[in-house]
Design a protein around this ligand. Structure first.
Ligand code: IFM
Length: 727
């Protein structure tokens, strides 16, 4: 494989300063769990982490967080008494590769120990996409210039920390024969049990001797053998991981899964996983010919989405940092529904359905939130975890150690309409009437009930309003009549009425049941109609230029170019209070609305609003959610150079750590936004009833853009620029 292979992410030199960034980049996973790219033997200051969907536990300040599961990676070769560790001795060569085709992470290292013994190590690992509970590591070691004793330690480490918290109780640990150990833990507050079991086999060498290390919460198998120069030794470590979210007796389940894995062996497991990946890519891949960088980076981002999507679990969804880092503590934001979900809705609708079901299952939490704030219906949490209750921290430490009040959990209300939007988009794209009837309708209706109670009547204006919110542009807090929020709320109400009418026609029993349970009286429905007809949406005079919120145009104007060169956001420069005095946006707000409701705002309206808001958006240093959306909109406007610039900026966010915070985890919304930028932006895909149209605006050097998608159960194939057909 060469460097130009667009299915490979490679690292050819080891830079300790980039340790945490690269741990994120080399995250592997299988839709059940994700494991950061820490080294098997460890490294000083590393942040090993495995996150399992749904494995939450209470935590100070952040309410609840995804727990760092016991580390399944430890595999330490000890060479004539010297532990292999890359921070000592001499690293003669180094290469790491992530194979996007099958999720295999490989490292090849030539290392000379401080005592002068040289070894070549090839270590690879994967999380099986075919069997979510199975993980595997293979290590081949060649002593290059010595005969001696090699010790191989393969274990499990229950001392896995979250940044401020240790979540585990040790229940039990032990060994089953010479080759197997297990570790049984339980989370402190949520009481979720977890068992990891691991099995080690070694081939090559002579006079093998097996023992165990029984350190507290860190059992390990140790194989000790004589090795000779030039003669390779190979070791396979197979691991099973099970939690009480899936199994009653986690220990016996983990051990029996491990036994099954042992029978199939490393090669058998890898083959099954590779086949599962082949099926995945058959549907989800996008090819960009003529631009290797874009092709590779896009595929990498899609890979990260695919390994994060819950495949067998409809009570979990993708967190803002996927399953790849501690950032945002595993909480789920609008990032999922608005940025990531379209990829799944059109490529893997079954997975989109799982994530929408997560919102259905968390309705009780959304109803509690509405009630606690004095509203009716369901009001989704800005940051959501296992129950759907609000988990946004009220305070976070600021740059100088002072506590900063975070208002998003209290007043960033548009999330509630965003969830409804994703449900309707899924329904329209898939035609999944059963989902809408049994689950989706209840969400859209109960969120409408929330908006019905949320609006206020302004007598002077003789219109309804929604006051004291934060819109998508989080630089401005406590604003009135945010255009995005108001129009999305109105859209939520309109769709609730349409869906109720559809339900009355197609499934009157279900309609009647929901009408009774959600108290959808005629009075309530008339109230919704009045709001739809009279909700205030701020705009400039009679033009199609929307005003982001009441008084936005009266704020100080700003020329962002005057602040260049800079490396920090406008909020960091002007301060939390300062930035609110200016017309500067953290991320698209009005433009986001024009994108989501693109069927109702024509290109002239988009052009007018783009001309106003794009130059006032802190696109490079504001939110990572912005650049892919700007790419998409610029492409729609035919501004292909700009579109490509934003697209590549977004595409390299994690690979190049352009924001300096990739260590906290993958920017999953960016990954989802990129897919939308390509499909809805550059290709210009639009759904029309049962068919679709394309309006391509490709960068001139893209020789070909090819992808497939599902629409109402049928698979469509697009290949541009030649394919100008309409499906
Ligand atoms: O949801 C986003 C928000 O729009 C901007 N701040 C970060 C959040 C999580 O990615």
């Amino acid at each position: 494989m060469t460097e130009r292979n667009n299915w490979l992410i490679t690292e050819t030199r080891f830079h300790p300063a980039a340790l945490h960034h690269k741990e994120t980049v080399f995250t592997i996973g299988n839709g059940y769990l994700g494991t950061r790219g820490t080294f098997e033997e460890g490294y000083p200051g590393d942040r090993p982490a495995t996150f399992v969907h749904g494995l939450f536990d209470a935590a100070p300040l952040v309410n609840t967080e995804l727990v760092n599961a016991p580390n399944w990676l430890p595999f330490v070769p000890v060479i004539n008494g010297e532990r292999f560790r890359m921070d000592r001795g001499t690293l003669l060569s180094y290469r790491r590769e992530l194979h996007l085709r099958n999720g295999l992470l490989k490292r090849t290292v030539c290392w000379r120990s401080p005592a002068g013994h040289t070894v070549e190590l090839r270590i690879e690992r994967f999380a099986s996409l075919a069997d979510r509970h199975l993980l595997a590591i293979r290590c081949r070691i060649i002593p290059l210039d010595f005969d001696g004793i090699l010790e191989l330690r393969a274990g499990l480490d229950g001392h896995a920390l979250n940044p401020e918290c240790f979540h585990w109780h040790l229940e039990d640990q032990g060994a089953c024969g010479e080759h197997t150990v297990y570790l049984h833990m339980r989370t402190r507050h949520s009481g979720i049990a977890l068992c990891e079991a691991c099995h080690l086999t070694v081939s090559g060498g002579e006079e093998m001797n097996w023992t165990h290390l029984d350190c507290d919460a860190a059992p390990a198998i140790v194989a000790s053998l004589k090795v000779r120069a030039g003669e390779p030794v190979s070791a396979d470590k197979l691991v099973s991981l099970v939690t009480s979210r899936e199994a009653g007796d986690v220990v016996s389940t983990a051990l029996s899964l491990l036994e099954g894995a042992r029978t199939r062996g490393y090669d058998g497991l890898l083959q099954a996983s590779t086949e599962a990946w082949a099926q995945e890519w058959d549907v989800c891949d996008i090819t960009i010919e003529g631009d290797d960088q874009a092709d590779q980076a896009l595929r990498y981002n899609l890979f990260q989405l695919l390994i994060a999507a819950p495949r067998h679990d409809d009570r979990a969804s993708i967190p803002a940092k996927a399953l790849s880092g501690f950032g945002y503590r595993g909480h789920v934001f609008w990032d999922t529904e608005i940025f990531m979900l379209p990829f799944f809705t059109f490529m893997r609708p079954e997975l989109a359905r799982n994530m929408l079901m997560y919102r259905y299952h968390t309705l009780p939490g959304a109803r509690r939130k509405a009630q606690e704030q004095g509203y009716a219906g369901a009001m989704f949490a800005w940051e959501s975890a296992d129950t759907g209750d609000e988990t946004t921290p009220r305070f976070v430490p600021g740059p100088n150690g002072q506590l900063v009040r975070i208002w998003t959990g209290d007043i960033e209300h548009h999330i509630t309409a965003d969830v409804a939007y994703a449900i309707v988009q899924y329904w329209q794209a898939t035609g999944d009437d059963a989902f809408m009837r049994d689950y989706g309708a209840e969400i859209v209706l109960d969120t409408a009930r929330f908006w019905g109670s949320r609006v206020e009547w302004n007598q002077a204006r003789a219109q309804y309003e929604i006051n004291d919110v934060i819109g998508p542009d989080e630089y401005h807090e406590h604003v009135n009549n945010n255009a995005f929020t108001n129009r999305m709320a109105q859209w939520n109400l309109e769709n609730a009425l349409d869906i109720l009418a559809w339900l009355r026609l197609t499934c009157p029993d279900k309609a009647a049941e929901l009408e009774t349970r959600l108290e959808l009286t005629e009075e309530q429905l008339s109230h919704w109609r009045r709001i739809i007809g009279n909700l205030y949406i701020p705009r400039h005079n009679a033009t199609s230029l929307l005003e982001q919120f009441d008084g936005f145009f009266a704020l100080g104007d700003i020329n962002l170019a005057d602040y260049e060169p800079r490396t920090v956001s406008m909020q960091a420069l002007l301060g939390i209070e300062g930035v609110q005095q200016y017309q500067v946006l953290k991320q698209p707000d009005v433009l986001m609305l024009l994108y989501l409701l693109r069927e109702e705002y024509d290109i002239a309206a988009l052009r007018e609003n783009w001309a106003y808001y794009a130059p006032r958006t802190d696109i490079t240093y504001g939110s990572s959610l912005g650049p892919a959306i700007h790419a998409l909109l610029a492409a729609r406007l035919g501004e292909v150079d700009q579109a490509y610039h934003y697209f590549m900026h977004a595409a390299r966010t994690d690979l190049d750590d352009t924001r300096g915070n990739a260590a906290d985890g993958i920017h999953a919304a960016t990954a989802g936004g990129l897919w939308q930028a390509v499909v809805f932006g550059f290709a210009g895909l639009r759904m029309k009833g049962n068919g679709y149209t394309l309006a391509p605006h490709l960068p001139p050097h893209w020789r070909k853009l090819a992808f497939t998608f599902y629409h109402r159960g049928k698979r469509a194939y697009v290949s541009l620029p030649d394919d100008e057909t309409q499906g």
